[in-house]
Ligand binder design. Structure first.
Ligand code: CA
Length: 419
């Protein structure tokens, strides 16, 4: 697959996250205007709501983009998703006859504020990266028992909170919680001391289901992907998680990138899953390559300091794909809705430099991570900005996600009733 050239010049630069091949979807606003649906093209955004109002985009005989979220396009189904991409390509391709009509509806990304791109119905997070599970398991249970007995048979997950999913750029307040240091006799209530990030991809369910679906059907239900940071309070989690799994440790915030990359844009980058150590049950077996070759990196920028890249890995490292996770999620008959968000689980590669959380990078605080820009970290400090980036790389172009960034701010003062 080669670069598709657009009349928007900046979309043709090999360094752009948003060539015509991508057509990533966001919700933006300029100044005091209401948020609107837009498509990223180079360093611009095409105001899709305006295209629809101008009669340049009519896919369903009824408006799809007069709302500040992409759920209505998702609802319309895969045929309309494909028609939408075909029409956007027609309007933005080099030599498009409609150029003069479309050009007035371009906005500079630098001038726009980004909002959550879709209404998050529910949020489920998985634990489906093998390197991450082995690292964490080794720290807590020893190498011999690193993977729980179910791990190679099913993608472990828990039901998270849609209410705290936020868009890139939103500040994240250090959580308060109940903590019990290992040597302490009793727990206390206070600010988390081991606040961490988790590098993940989020899959967005674009079609509803009622009853179990196959992995192939699940794959076709996935509308697109975002970068996802599952902020994690390790000390709150360590005390609360048995026997039902994480609760408040994961409920503070989940940050997603502002751009949805549609699954269609990622098709040239399909990648096969790993060798299976034990055969999966038929309902979890994949009909074809279900992962994607997406290079990922994590950068940490201390307050007033310079950025250090602290991890580089790839979405290919997952053991279970989002399609397998979605199929498993439906297996009990659990209905899935348009706008459901599935976190992949932390994506760690095989070496230290590719680990997807500070818990792993600092090995639970035992091996402090040296930042290239100076200083060390075991866990996040107030004022740290954590930025995820990702892109699938084609010949002379990339399919990028933009940035998924969040700055950690100090915990709220302990209220009197909590002292
Ligand atoms: Ca997670």
């Amino acid at each position: 697959m080669a670069l598709m050239r657009s009349w928007v010049e900046s979309a043709n630069f090999s360094t752009s996250d948003f060539p015509l091949n991508n057509l990533a979807l966001g919700v933006f606003s300029v100044g005091e205007d209401e948020p609107r649906c837009g498509v990223a093209i180079g360093d611009k955004i095409v105001d899709v709501a305006a295209l629809e109002e101008a009669g340049l985009m009519d896919l369903a005989g009824a408006p799809l983009f007069d709302v500040p979220f992409w759920n209505e396009l998702m609802e319309a189904g895969p045929e309309v998703w494909a028609a939408f991409r075909a029409r956007m390509t027609e309007l933005l391709v080099e030599g498009a006859p409609e150029k003069a009509e479309v050009a007035p509806h371009l906005v500079a990304q630098a001038e726009a504020e980004m909002h959550l791109p879709f209404l998050v119905s529910e949020y489920t997070d998985f634990y489906a990266g093998r390197n991450h599970a082995v690292n964490v398991g080794t720290m807590f249970r020893g190498a011999a028992n690193a993977l729980p007995p179910n791990w190679l048979h099913l993608p472990i997950g828990y039901n998270g909170r849609a209410s705290s999913v936020v868009v890139s750029g939103t500040e994240v307040r250090r959580p308060l919680g109940q903590l019990k240091p290992p040597q302490a006799e009793r727990p206390y209530f206070g600010p988390c001391k081991r606040f961490d990030f988790e590098l993940e991809m989020g899959a967005i369910v674009g079609q509803a289901s009622d009853g179990p679906v196959s992995v192939g059907e699940a794959d076709a239900m996935i509308f697109g992907y975002v970068l996802l940071n599952d902020w994690s309070a390790r000390d709150i989690q360590a005390w609360e998680y048995q026997p039902l799994g994480p609760f408040q440790a994961k409920a503070t915030a989940t940050t997603i990138s502002p751009w949805i990359v549609m699954a269609a844009a990622l098709q040239p980058f399909r990648a096969v899953g790993p060798e299976r150590e034990v055969e999966l049950l038929p309902y979890l077996q994949e009909p074809g390559p279900m992962l994607y070759d997406i290079a990922l990196e994590v950068a940490l920028t201390p307050k007033g300091g310079a950025e250090s890249v602290i991890s580089r890995t790839n979405y290919r490292e997952m053991y279970y794909s989002s399609a397998q996770q979605l199929a498993h999620h439906t297996s009990s008959g659990c209905p899935m809705n348009v706008g459901d968000l599935l976190g992949s689980g932390t994506i760690s590669g095989p070496v230290r430099e590719s680990r997807g959380s500070l818990l792993e990078l600092s090995w639970g605080g035992k091996e402090p991570l040296e930042l290239a820009s100076g200083g060390v970290r075991n866990f996040l400090e107030d004022g740290d900005t954590l930025t995820l980036r990702g892109a699938a790389r084609g010949a002379g172009y990339r399919i990028g996600f933009g940035e998924c960034a969040g700055k950690v701010v100090a915990a709220m003062a302990l209220p009197d009733w909590a002292k």
